[in-house]
Design a protein around this ligand. Structure first.
Ligand code: NAD
Length: 451
């Protein structure tokens, strides 16, 4: 039986229980537990701990740091089944996807840990008798804010990056899906990380960010989440002259050229879109398909989408779990109604399933006008928008039309098309002929409003 852990704060190497808000299972809306709310005094303790932890950690040999970080990753790999079950309970994703997320988080932790051994400086040629040396120093305590869609791998990216660089960190993880971060932190604790280096808090996100970011002890801010919140936090960080790493939303275009197999590409697109029920910043969303293969592509996409088994993520046969919260159901219903009113065709899905649990099928909409809301607002859910284009130029123009620039995908057999796309699509990551936006060893980031 899947078990959900008792969630606690983690400050200065100590676990702390507190009252707080209920954690809801999105598959049946039952209460899984309580996420503790940190008080101002807890945040002050976390700041003091992070300052103390930074002094210890920055003067720990990089090889020793890597050893502890790698040990944490090894413990997580051992615990993957238990951790995945808790993640499916709180977030809804199918259990196999939860396991993959955790293992991918381990890949990131391990890559960062060993990269921490290679933070080489430089010696710059100069006057005789003078030498200029460039050292790479850890910046200091980091305030990190992670979202609910990837409860383990998103915090893992933030924690591993900071710790591998020699920084301490206060992580404010998602209150809706706290077990991913909680179990991650527990592995670092068990691996022997010194007290104060890593601290975990929950509470009211706005109150915590407004309290932590201005503090002089915090030297860098990192946030993953929505563009409006990211802009707000980046402004606040700017006011206090702190670098901010913002990993925000996207609205990924997928350009399908007429030299590919439309049936196979349509089916692959349904699988690509279904990952984490589309609640992914790099989710493929706006499909621009060359006219001659458009109908075949759209039909194949819809057919494969309709075959996906929707259900509780703990059932190993489930391919599409519930959405993570009721806000996503509301957003899907609003965007579908607007698209239909503006003349879009519904090729698959379109309506909530049942009224207990946040189930929504993979929905394929075709022939949407440019002013349909879904074509402009990130759906962040299982919504695929399929439209025909005449030429590659038109596809590129449409792909670049929005203020987002995180991921894009393209399907083509032509090397010259691939080259053109790589040069002209305005995104951080372009994937050609597959739906893998990034792996541990590749950079991950965006342009424009995506951060
Ligand atoms: P939201 O804008 O209310 O919150 C987004 C995230 O920011 C949440 O994790 C929330 O806890 C946090 N947050 C909100 N206000 C904050 C503040 N003042 N300080 C610190 N953290 C704060 O939206 P939501 O309903 O939770 O999520 C939906 C939208 O968020 C989606 O449309 C999507 O664009 C975006 N999102 C993006 C990612 C990503 O990976 N880039 C992840 C999750 C959500």
């Amino acid at each position: 039986m899947a078990e959900y852990p008792l969630i606690e704060l983690y400050i200065d190497g100590q676990w702390k229980r507190a009252s707080g808000q209920p954690i809801i299972n999105p598959a049946d809306e039952s209460v899984l537990g309580t996420v503790p709310t940190a008080t101002k005094a807890d945040l002050d303790d976390a700041l003091a701990a992070a300052e103390k932890g930074f002094a210890i950690w920055r003067s720990t040999a990089p090889a020793k740091r890597a050893q502890i970080i790698l040990k944490a990753a090894a413990l997580i790999r051992e615990r993957v089944d238990v951790m995945a079950a808790a993640m499916t309970l709180e977030q809804g994703k199918p259990i196999e996807q939860a396991k993959l997320e955790i293992l991918r988080g381990c890949d990131i932790i391990e890559w960062d840990a060993t990269e921490g051994l290679r933070l080489y400086g430089r010696v710059i040629p100069s006057e005789p008798g003078m030498r200029h040396t460039v050292l790479r120093q850890p910046i200091g305590p980091v305030a990190a804010f992670s979202p609910w869609n990837f409860p383990m791998s998103s915090p893992a990216r933030k924690v591993a990056g900071a710790l591998s660089a020699g920084c301490s960190i206060i992580l404010k993880a998602s209150e809706e899906t706290p077990a991913g971060a909680f179990q991650l932190v527990r592995a670092f604790h068990d691996a022997g990380l010194p007290a104060g280096v890593l601290n975990l808090v929950f509470g009211n996100p706005a109150e915590i960010s407004e309290y932590l970011i201005p503090q002089s002890r915090i030297r860098l801010v990192t946030f993953t989440g929505s563009i409006p919140v990211g802009k707000h936090l980046a402004e606040m960080a700017g006011r206090y002259m702190k670098p901010a790493i913002m990993e925000l939303g996207g609205h990924a275009p997928v350009i399908v050229c007429d030299d590919v197999d439309p049936v196979a590409t349509g089916a692959a697109s349904a699988i690509g879109k279904s990952r984490n029920a589309g609640q992914v910043c790099v989710a493929p969303t706006r499909f621009f398909v060359q006219e001659s293969i458009y109908e075949q592509f759209a039909q194949s996409f819809a057919e494969r989408a309709s075959q996906l088994k929707v259900g509780n993520g703990l059932d190993p046969s489930t391919q599409l779990g519930p959405l993570a919260n009721s806000r996503r159901i509301d957003a899907m219903e609003t965007l579908v109604a607007d698209a239909k009113a503006k003349g879009a065709r519904v090729l698959a899905g379109g309506q909530r399933i049942g009224n207990r649990g946040y189930f929504f099928p993979l929905t394929v909409l075709a022939d949407l006008p440019d002013d349909a809301r879904a074509m402009n607002e990130e759906p962040f859910g299982p919504l695929a928008l399929v439209n025909p284009v005449k030429t590659l130029d038109e596809a590129i123009e449409k792909a670049n039309a929005l203020p987002f620039g995180l991921a894009a995908y393209a399907f083509t057999k032509s090397a010259s098309n691939a080259e053109r796309l790589a040069e002209s699509v305005e995104v951080g990551n372009l994937s050609i002929n597959h739906f893998v936006a990034s792996v541990a060893e590749t950079p991950f980031g965006g342009v424009k409003d995506s951060g």
